[in-house]
Design a protein around this ligand. Sequence first.
Ligand code: NDP
Length: 297
Amino acid sequence: MKLVLFGKNGQVGWELQRALAPLGELIALDSRSTDYCGDLLNPEGIRQTILSIKPDIIVNAAAYTAVDKAESDAETAHIVNSVTPGVMAEAAAACGAWLVHYSTDYVFPGGGNTPWQETDNAAPLNVYGQTKLEGEHRIARVCNKYLIFRTSWVYASRGNNFAKTMIRLGKQKEILAVINDQYGAPTSAELLADCTAYALMQARQKPDVAGIYHLAAAGETTWHEYAQYVLNSVEKHTELAVRTVNAVQTTAYPTPARRPNNSRMNCDKFQRTFELTLPHWTRGVGRMLDELFSITL
Ligand code: NDP
C-alpha cells in the first residue's frame, strides 16, 4: 500500500510519520520537498504529486495554522486551507484513494456549554475557521472516500507548546494570568496520529465509515486549569517562582482573531464507529510532562 503525507513536519505530521509507517510505503512531504511538490500554495503541483504517485491513501496534515495572522493574510490561508484540500480531494477521487484531512473546533461559533456534535451548525468567528470550514465543504463535494477529523487544542512534545510556555513563565514570574473562560480538551498530536492510523485500517475494510468526525481527548478544562495542572505536576521536578495563577477572561488578552469560548467536542460518533475509547486529556499531558523531565534530567 502507498501513502502520501503532506505537512510532515507539523505537530500532527511529525507523529503521523511514525504512526503511518507500518501501513505501507510512506512518502512524506513538506513545502520544501524536491522529489515531489509538497507546497500547498501550489494546488496544481499538489495535484501532479498525487496523480503521479497514485497513492492508496493521502493524509493532509499541512495547514495555515497562524490563527491571528490569517486575519490579515486571508488569501494565503484560503489557498492552503480551502483550495488545495479541494484539489487533493479531486485527485484522490481520480486515483480511488482515501483522503484524511484535519479540521477544527474553530468552525463553531463557541456559544453555550454543550459539546459540539458533527451535525451542529458551523459558523466560524475568524478567517482561519472560515477557511477550514470551506476546506471541509470542498472535500465533501468531490470525493466519497474521506475522513475529516475536527480536533481542538493540539499539542506535541516536539517544539513549543502551552505547557512548556507555562513552565518557562512559572520559573520566571511569581504571578501568572491565564484565561479561564475558554473550554476545551488539550489533544496530543500522538493521539491524533494513532487514531488516524487505526481509523484508516478500518476504513479500508469498511468504506461506509467515510465522513466527518470530532476527535479530541476526553474531559474538558480551561487554559487556567490546564496551566495549574501543568505547574502542579512539575513542581516536584523543577524550582518554580510562581505563587499565584490568576484566572482572567479572554478580554484580558485582545487578539486580532476572535476565539470561541466553547470548544468542547462531542466525540461519540468517532468512538462508536471505530470502537475506541478516547483517553482523558490529563493522560496525554501527564505523559508529555514525564517525557519532558526524563529527557531534561
Ligand atoms: P502545525 O502548525 O504544527 O503544522 C502545520 C504544518 O503545515 C507545518 O508543518 C507547516 O509547514 C505546514 N504548512 C503550512 N503552509 C504550508 C504550505 N504552503 N505547504 C506545505 N505545508 C505547509 O499544525 P498542527 O499539526 O497543529 O495541525 C494539524 C491539523 O490540525 C491542521 O489541519 C490544523 O488546522 C488542525 N488543528 C490544529 C489545532 C491546533 O491547536 N494546532 C486545533 C484544531 C485543529 P512549515 O512550518 O514549513 O510552514
